[in-house]
Design a protein around this ligand. Structure first.
Ligand SMILES: [Zn+2]
Length: 850
C-alpha cells in the first residue's frame, strides 16, 4: 500500500521463517577473506575451466607522477559461457526487470552513442559548455534495465561501460571508481517492513532488480551467481496482494529501497539520539560573537532536532578549564560544574532535555567578561568522549582558535610569507596523531565528531580535521568569522546550523559496497573508518555526505554482459529503528576501447581524480598531485588518439564525452586545494581538500567549475514551468572575463557561495527593478513586485532548491574587495601563475604528440 507520501509501506504477515543465516551485524566480525572463500567454493560449481593469469591493479607510480599499474599475481577462475545462465523462466504477468535474458539478447554491444564519440578538436571548438548543466550519461543498457537502474545522483561510476579486463582498463588510462551519495534526501523512497529480508546465502547481496529468477522458487544472485531459494514469504506481493509474483515485489522493482530491519540486525538495542555540544568560551570565542548565534539557532530549532522521547541533549563549555552543566529534571536552574583538573576523573552528568532552553538563554552572558585566552580543546574532547561513550551519539565541537593547552595542543605551522612562493606546500598532514586516535576511539563507541571552526587565525585544520574525518563527522569552516565585521559569514553560519540541526541523521551506521565477482574495491574516499576490507564504520551518517571508491578488475569479466554494484547502509534512525538502505547499480561490460570511451562520465572521473589528488598531495607532494592530474588528461587523450581514432588528423582531439576533461583538470589545478602561485591560507587549502573528498559529486563539481550566468536580461524564453512558477534558464557561460561586460550583471554559482557581480555601467533598469536601490552592498535580493525581480529570484531560488544547504549570496560592485574572489574563478583566463585554457591545451597537445 502506498502512504500519502508515496512511500511503500508493506508488511508481509504470514511466514516468519528467517532465511538469512548471516546478518549484516554478524558480518562485521567476519573477515572478508572468509566470505571470499565461500564465494570461491560456490563458484566451483559453475566452473569447468580454471587458469592462472597475471592481473594488474592500480597504484600510483610516483617516479612519473602517473596513476600507474601494479603487477601482482592472482590465480583466477574464468566463468564459462554456460555459467551465465539467464532467465529461463518467464513469469506470468508480462516482462519484469528481473527477466534478463530477452533484454540482453537484444542488447547490442556496438550501440555506443555516436554523439559521445564525435571527434572534437579542442583547439578549434571554443564553446564546449552545453547551455544548461550537464546531466550524468546514461549507461548503454536495455530499456527495461535502464528504467529501474539506480539514480546517478545517488550512485554513479566513472565509466558507464565497464571494461572486460584490467588490461583494457589500463589501455584506456581512465580511473575506474564509484561515486556515492548514499543517504541523500529522497522525495520517493520505498520502505519495506518484512520479517524476512531476502539476501544471497553466499555473498549476502540483497535481492534487487538485476537478479534473475530461474523459476518461481529460485533466484540467481547477480554478484556471485549463487542460486538461492525464494522464501515462502517472498511469494506474496504486498503491493498487488497477489501470490506467486516474487519478481514483482518492491525489492525487485526498485534499485533504491529501504528495509526496516528485524531484531537480528541489532548488536544491542538501537541507540537513542544523543547530541552533545562542546563550545569554546575563551576570550577569543566571545570576541567573535558566535555563541549568541549558536544559542539562538539551537533555541529556534530545538524542537526540530531529530529524535523521540529518548533523545538527550548536553553541553560542555571550555577554555583552559572544562565546564559541565547539570540539566537533570527537578533542578530549578542549570548547574555549572567546573573541572579544573583536566586530567582527572570527569564528572559524568547525564542530561535530560529540560532546562536546556534556560541554559541557552543565559550561556552567552556567562562568559561575557572572560579574559581567559587558553584553549584546552584536547581535554574537552576527551571529556566529551567519556560522556558519550555509554550511548554513542553526535558531538558538535565549536572552536575558534589553535588549541594551546594540555593534550592535543598545537603550534602554528603556517608561514604567510611562503603562501604564494612555495612550489610545494608543507604541513598538509597532521602535526600529531592525537586527533586521529581520539577519532578512532569515538568510532569504536559510535560517536561522530562534527567540527565547526570559526577563526581569523590559523587553526591547523590539517590536524584538527582528523577528529571528524575518522569518526565520520563533518567539517564546517568560517574563516574570519566575526559577528560585526563579517555579516556574510554570520548568515552562512546561521543557515548551516539550521540545516545541520534539523537534517536527517543515522546513528551507529555501517556501509558495505559489494560488486560482481571479478571486480575489486580498493581505496575509499570520504569521512569514515574502514573497519574491514569493504566495511565502512560511520558512527553518524548524514544526507549531505558523499563517498568515492576506486576499483580494479581482478578477474576477466569475459562472459558477462552486465555487472552490478550494491551499497548497503545499515543505520539506526533518530526514532530508534534499525534500517537498511540499499542501492544497486547495473552497468554493461564492453570489450572495446571505443565503447569504454563512449561510456566515460567526465564529471565522475574528475570527482574521483580530485579525491585521488588530495591523497597524493598529503602522502607525496602537491606538485606530484598536480602533475598526476595533468598526466591523467594527457594519458587518456593519447590513448584515445592511438587506439580509438581511425583517421588521424591534426589538433588536440577528444571524444565529445570527454571534451570538458582538460577544462576540468585545469579548473582543479586552479582550485584552492591545488593551486600554486596565489596566496592561499593553509587552512583554506586544507578545507577545500576536505570538501573535495567529502562533498557529493554534484556540489564538488560546482566547487571545481562554477556555473556563470548573465542575469540582467532574463526572459521567459525557454523557461521551465515548475509548480506554476516560471523559471528562466539563462545559458551557462564560459569562465572567462571576455564573457563579462560592464553593462551586465552576472551570477556565479560556486555551490556554497553565489556571487552576483554587477557591472559598473549596469543597466539602470536592473538596479531599480531587481536590486531596488542604486546602491547595493547587501547580500539579500529585495522582494520586489516587478517582473524582473520575480524572474531573478525565481532563477536563484530554483538553483538553491537543488541543494540541501542554502548558499550565501554576495552582491558585489564592480570594484569591491570580493571582486577578486569572483575573478579567481575565471578559470579559462591566464593569470601570472597559471596557464590560460588555450595555453593548457597547447601544453597537452605537445605532450601527446611527443
Ligand atoms: Zn551472491
Amino acid at each position: 500500500m502506498l502512504c500519502c507520501f508515496g512511500h511503500l509501506l508493506c508488511t508481509v504477515h504470514t511466514c516468519k521463517t528467517v532465511v538469512s543465516t548471516f546478518t549484516e551485524a554478524k558480518l562485521i566480525s567476519t573477515k572478508l577473506i572468509y566470505s571470499n572463500l565461500i564465494d570461491r567454493q560456490q563458484l566451483n560449481h559453475y566452473m569447468d575451466s580454471t587458469r592462472a593469469s597475471q592481473q594488474e591493479g592500480p597504484r600510483f607510480d610516483s617516479s612519473t607522477s602517473r596513476w600507474g599499474w601494479d603487477l601482482s599475481v592472482w590465480s583466477l577462475y574464468v566463468l564459462p559461457v554456460s555459467a551465465w545462465v539467464l532467465s529461463l523462466y518467464s513469469p506470468p504477468g508480462g516482462p519484469g526487470p528481473a527477466q534478463l535474458s530477452p533484454s540482453l539478447a537484444a542488447m547490442s554491444l556496438q550501440s555506443s552513442t555516436p554523439e559521445a564519440l564525435r571527434v572534437v578538436n579542442l583547439l578549434q571548438e571554443r564553446n564546449l559548455l552545453p547551455p544548461t548543466p550537464i546531466p550524468a550519461p546514461m549507461p548503454c543498457l536495455p530499456q527495461d534495465l535502464q528504467k529501474v537502474n539506480c539514480n546517478p545522483e545517488v550512485f554513479r561510476c566513472t565509466l558507464t561501460s565497464i571494461p572486460q579486463t584490467q588490461s583494457l582498463l589500463n589501455k584506456a588510462k581512465m580511473p575506474l571508481g564509484l561515486l556515492l551519495h548514499p543517504f541523500k534526501d529522497l522525495s520517493q523512497l520505498p520502505v519495506v517492513t518484512s520479517s524476512t529480508i531476502v539476501r544471497c546465502r553466499s555473498c549476502r547481496t540483497y535481492i534487487n532488480p538485476f537478479v534473475s529468477f530461474l523459476d518461481q522458487r529460485r533466484w540467481k544472485c547477480n554478484l556471485c551467481y549463487r542460486v538461492n531459494d525464494v522464501p515462502e514469504e517472498f511469494m506474496y506481493n504486498p503491493v498487488s496482494r497477489a501470490y506467486g509474483e516474487p519478481h514483482k515485489r518492491p525489492e525487485v522493482q526498485n534499485a533504491t529501497i529501504e528495509f526496516i530491519a528485524p531484531s537480528e540486525y541489532m548488536l544491542r538495542p538501537p541507540q537513542p539520539a544523543v547530541y552533545l555540544f562542546v563550545l569554546d568560551v575563551s576570550h577569543n570565542a566571545v570576541e567573535t560573537g558566535y555563541l549568541n548565534v549558536f544559542c539562538q539557532s539551537l533555541l529556534d530549532n530545538i524542537n526540530a532536532l531529530p529524535g523521540d522521547s529518548r533523545t538527550k541533549v548536553g553541553f560542555i563549555t571550555f577554555d583552559s578549564t572544562i565546564h559541565f552543566y547539570n540539566l537533570q529534571e527537578g533542578l530549578s536552574q542549570p548547574q555549572m560544574l567546573i573541572v579544573s583538573d583536566i586530567e582527572g576523573e570527569t564528572c559524568l552528568i547525564f542530561l535530560s532535555i529540560s532546562l536546556v532552553q534556560d541554559l541557552l538563554k543565559n550561556l552567552p552572558n556567562l562568559f561575557q567578561k572572560t579574559m581567559e585566552t587558553q584553549s584546552a580543546l584536547g581535554s574537552a574532547l576527551q571529556a566529551a568522549f567519556k560522556l558519550l561513550s555509554p550511548t554513542g551519539g553526535r558531538m558538535s565541537v565549536f572552536q575558534t582558535q589553535l588549541p594551546n593547552l594540555g593534550v592535543g595542543a598545537l603550534q602554528s605551522r603556517e608561514d604567510p610569507n611562503q603562501r604564494a612562493s612555495a612550489k610545494d606546500i608543507q604541513h598538509l598532514s597532521p602535526a600529531t596523531d592525537f586527533y586521529k586516535k581520539l577519532a578512532l576511539d569515538c568510532s569504536g563507541q559510535q560517536v561522530a565528531v562534527d567540527l565547526f571552526l570559526l577563526s581569523a587565525q590559523y587553526c591547523d585544520l590539517a590536524s584538527l580535521g582528523c577528529i571528524s574525518r575518522y569518526s565520520a563527522g563533518s567539517v564546517y569552516y568560517y574563516p574570519s568569522y566575526h559577528h560585526q565585521h563579517n555579516p556574510a559569514q554570520v548568515e552562512r553560519f546561521q543557515k548551516d546550523l539550521k540545516r545541520y540541526l534539523t537534517r536527517k541523521i543515522g546513528f551507529e551506521a555501517v556501509m558495505r559496497i559489494r560488486c560482481t565477482k571479478g571486480l575489486s574495491i580498493h581505496t575509499f574516499h570520504g569521512n569514515f573508518f574502514v573497519r574491514s576490507t569493504d566495511l565502512l564504520s560511520l558512527p553518524n551518517v548524514n544526507p549531505d555526505a558523499g563517498f568515492a571508491v576506486q576499483m580494479s578488475i581482478e578477474e576477466n569479466l569475459d562472459d558477462m554482459q552486465v555487472v552490478s554494484f550494491q551499497a548497503a547502509l545499515l543505520y539506526t534512525s533518530s526514532k530508534g529503528e534499525r534500517r537498511i538502505r540499499v542501492h544497486t547499480l547495473c552497468l554493461p561490460v564492453v570489450n572495446s576501447l571505443s565503447d569504454i570511451f563512449a561510456g566515460a562520465d567526465v564529471q565522475a572521473i574528475t570527482g574521483l581524480l580530485a579525491c585521488m589528488a588530495v591523497d597524493r598531495s598529503v602522502t607525496a607532494s602537491l606538485s606530484d598531485a598536480r602533475d598526476a592530474m595533468t598526466n591523467a588528461a594527457i594519458d587518456s587523450l593519447a590513448s584515445y588518439r592511438q587506439s580509438v581514432l581511425t583517421i588521424q588528423q591534426p589538433g588536440l582531439l577528444a571524444p565529445a564525452c570527454l571534451r570538458l576533461f582538460p577544462l576540468y583538470i585545469l579548473a582543479l589545478l586552479k582550485q584552492k586545494a591545488f593551486r600554486t602561485g596565489t596566496s592561499t591560507r593553509l587552512d583554506d587549502r586544507v578545507f577545500a581538500m576536505c570538501q573535495l573528498k567529502y562533498q557529493p559529486l554534484a556540489y564538488a563539481m560546482l566547487m571545481i567549475h562554477p556555473a556563470l550566468y548573465r542575469v540582467d536580461d532574463l526572459t521567459d524564453e525557454g523557461a521551465l514551468n515548475i509548480n506554476e512558477r516560471t523559471i528562466p534558464q539563462p545559458r551557462v557561460l564560459q569562465l572567462s572575463v571576455e564573457k563579462l561586460n560592464r553593462e551586465g550583471a552576472f551570477l556565479m554559482d560556486t555551490g556554497m557561495i553565489m556571487y552576483l557581480w554587477v557591472g559598473r555601467n549596469c543597466n539602470p533598469n536592473f538596479l531599480t527593478q531587481v536590486l531596488g536601490v542604486p546602491s547595493y552592498t547587501a547580500y539579500l535580493l529585495p522582494d520586489l513586485d516587478t517582473a524582473e525581480s520575480q524572474r531573478t529570484r525565481a532563477f536563484i531560488g530554483w538553483l538553491r532548491d537543488q541543494r540541501p544547504f542554502s548558499p550565501t549570496l554576495h552582491i558585489i560592485k564592480d570594484e569591491s574587495q570580493l571582486k577578486s574572489s569572483f575573478m579567481q574563478n575565471m578559470i579559462e583566463d591566464r593569470t601570472e601563475a597559471a596557464l590560460s585554457y588555450y595555453e593548457f591545451l597547447l601544453h597537452l597537445q605537445q605532450q601527446i604528440s611527443k
